[in-house]
Design a protein around this ligand. Structure first.
Ligand SMILES: Cc1ncc(COP(=O)(O)O)c(C=O)c1O
Length: 396
């Protein structure tokens, strides 16, 4: 692959490995293991495997390798390890590098399962975690210590779409020698170059935009070759969170159309926000790509576009939010995001229901808040659908 290729070319051709048949579509090596020519060859491979040599699918597989190389080239990372889900990536990256006595600083605006890993799991194994408001640099500065080994945050938070300044937090973390781990799901590999901005480790739930068609769970950890192969790989391959070859094939196909999809989704997000933001049913309409977002300048300084998700806070709380969800004809009620289909979620009663009411209030996850993951459907159809569902909250 040429080093000069741009994102869209890398997303289609990066990492491809063709067999002797010269297939156009990447092959699925649906095999858990590999046959060795001799006992000596098996022994040699266990001592050291070459780049094109595999042992067992939990350790690595040619289709999975293609996905890892393609996403690494897209992200500008030295290497990647593909995982069974986004949460396998988040928990794997953290537990692979931490030990009892270490200190972590994390933004508190986190997806519920990420919060569980930081608040309940790591602390059970003697890791101390300090939570901060991710948008407040003074809090990051006050929280980091000489024994801080990692900082963790979602670059755009789920579901209130707050933007965390990757450059500023990285600078603060690097001053004490801590690694910067960024859950970059909402920013997507197309709009963001988090590593160039200072992140050491970038994590994606590939379930979201990378598949983008609601088929499989997956995740990926990206970083330096040293971190991926010396820290992440030994932990993941022995604890079992690796990606399956079939999933990797689905994700490879997803990467081919990723840029087309997320650009169409971001366009739908911006046009929809412009069309509905003054609607009388709304307390506020949130989209980092719109000038009305308080961190719009920061969002566009660290992302090419504002992402694919908008959040709408409805007057009338949960009853109005439920009326809105139930009135939609195109938007589907579910809890994924980044899909080609528009998906609407009521975070307070689903994805963020494990948070206490106080935690939700602190994070701005009001009872009236709905998250709308914009799909690739026709823009006018979506604006019409969301508009009529908003109208119904005023009459219904
Ligand atoms: C920000 C964020 N991180 C991680 C995950 C977990 O991904 P997965 O469901 O693939 O495990 C999600 C899923 O919703 C998410 O929104």
């Amino acid at each position: 692959m040429s080093k000069t290729w741009n994102t869209r070319t890398r997303a289609v051709h990066g990492g491809s490995r063709r067999s002797q048949y010269g297939e156009v579509s990447e092959a699925i090596f649906l095999t858990q293991g590999f046959v060795y020519d001799s006992a000596e060859a098996a022994e040699a491979r266990f001592i050291e495997s070459g780049d094109d040599e595999f042992i067992y699918a939990r350790y690595g597989n040619p289709t999975v390798k293609m996905f890892e190389e393609r996403i690494a080239s897209l992200e500008g990372a030295e290497d990647a390890f593909a995982t069974a889900s986004g949460m396998a990536a988040v928990s794997g990256a953290l537990t692979a590098m931490l030990k009892a006595g270490d200190h972590v600083v994390s933004a508190k605006a986190l997806f519920g399962s990420c919060l569980y890993v930081l608040e309940d799991v790591l602390t059970r194994f003697g890791v101390e975690v300090t939570f901060v408001d991710g948008t407040d640099m003074d809090q990051w500065r006050a929280a980091v210590r000489p024994d801080t080994k990692a900082v963790f945050f979602e670059s755009v938070s789920n579901p209130t779409l707050e933007v965390v300044d990757i450059r500023a937090v990285s600078q603060i973390a690097h001053e004490v020698g801590a690694l910067v781990l960024v859950d970059n799901v909402f920013a997507t590999p197309v709009f963001s170059d988090a590593i160039a901005q200072g992140a050491d480790v970038v994590i994606y739930s590939a379930t979201k935009h990378i598949d983008g068609q609601g088929r499989t769970l997956g995740g990926v950890i990206l970083g330096t070759r040293e971190f991926i192969r010396k820290t992440v790989e030994p932990y993941m391959k022995h604890t079992g969170g690796s990606m399956s070859p079939f999933t990797a094939w689905v994700m490879l196909k997803g990467l081919e159309t990723l840029s087309l999809r997320v650009n169409a989704q971001a366009e739908n997000a911006l046009r929809t926000i412009e069309a509905v933001r003054e609607h009388p049913a709304l307390v506020r309409a949130i989209y980092p790509g719109h000038p009305s977002h308080p961190q719009h300048n920061l969002a566009l300084a660290q992302m090419e576009k504002g992402g694919t998700v908008i959040s709408l806070d409805l007057k009338g709380g949960q009853p109005a939010a439920f009326t809105f969800l139930n009135a939609l004809k195109i938007g589907k009620i579910s809890n994924n995001l980044g899909d080609a289909k528009t998906i609407v979620t009521h975070p307070a009663t689903t994805t963020h229901s494990r948070l206490t009411e106080e935690q939700r209030a602190e994070l701005g996850i009001t009872p009236g808040l709905v998250r709308v993951s914009m799909g690739i459907e026709d823009t006018e159809d979506l604006i019409g659908d969301i508009g009529q569902a908003l109208d119904s909250t005023l009459t219904g």
